[in-house]
Design a protein around this ligand. Structure first.
Ligand code: GRF
Length: 230
């Protein structure tokens, strides 16, 4: 049986890539393997991580669409993971691998996503908003920015004392869990049904407080809905 070949696209340190390679190596990705790592930036530490794991890796400029498509075909890629990939994926690739590309975003989409929401700026915006919770979302990639359907979300508390860096660190730990779950769902071809009912990851220690918060959000949602039907 031909295994499920993953291509992971990166731009930076590659800790999400590392989480996927570790999961694959420990047999937690339903038989999938990381067959290729592509960075749009020279010197991305994630390239080192790939080399250390014996995974073929290369730099392909984000504008070089034909080279990216040829490389994905050469490595017989079944699914693509954007793991901190800071370029916009060309439409040709999105169409060629429609429904088989997922992205990890360091916030609870659709909140704090879209143009300009990347890196530390996401966490600065969350802190500025006064939100009591944040988290990570793994979603299907469509032709928008962070607009694809969510597959897995993971929620973490925002502490009053948090700096953006402290929040970023807490969210990143959750990203790794969320992304591995989402990749497994994609590999098992369960994306469509999961999109109907996205998976929610909440640490047991946070559950009670979050449910109080969720009741507040539900009340807000009801109020908004009623408002639309005068
Ligand atoms: C992560 O926060 C990811 O959500 C964002 O960029 C960061 C990449 O981290 N898109 P890493 O390169 O996976 O460590």
């Amino acid at each position: 049986m031909s295994s499920y070949n993953l291509a992971v696209l990166i731009s930076g340190s590659g800790s999400n890539l590392q989480a996927i390679m570790d999961a694959a190596n420990s047999g937690n990705l339903s038989g999938a393997r990381v067959a290729l790592v592509v960075s749009n930036r020279e010197g991305a530490y994630g390239l080192e991580r790939a080399k250390n794991h014996g995974v073929p890796s290369m730099v392909i400029d984000k504008a070089n669409i034909s080279e990216l498509l040829k490389t994905l075909e050469h490595y017989e890629i079944s699914g693509i993971v954007l793991a901190g990939y800071l370029a916009i994926l060309p439409l040709e690739v999105i169409n060629e691998y429609s429904g088989k590309i997922i992205n990890i975003h360091p916030a609870l989409l659709p909140l704090f996503g879209g143009k300009g929401f990347y890196g530390i700026r996401v966490h600065q915006a969350v802190l500025a908003s006064g939100m009591k919770y944040s988290g990570a979302t793994a979603h299907v990639v469509d032709c928008g920015i962070d607009t694809g359907a969510a597959i897995v979300r993971g929620v973490v508390p925002v502490l009053a004392s948090d700096t953006a860096q402290e929040l970023q660190k807490r969210v990143l730990v959750m990203e790794h869990k969320v992304l591995v779950k989402a990749v497994r769902i994609m590999v098992e071809n369960k994306t469509k049904e999961t999109v109907e009912k996205p998976v929610m990851v909440i640490e047991e220690k946070d559950r009670e407080n979050m449910q109080e918060f969720a009741k507040g959000l539900a009340a807000l949602g009801d109020a908004l809905l009623q408002h639309n039907n005068p």
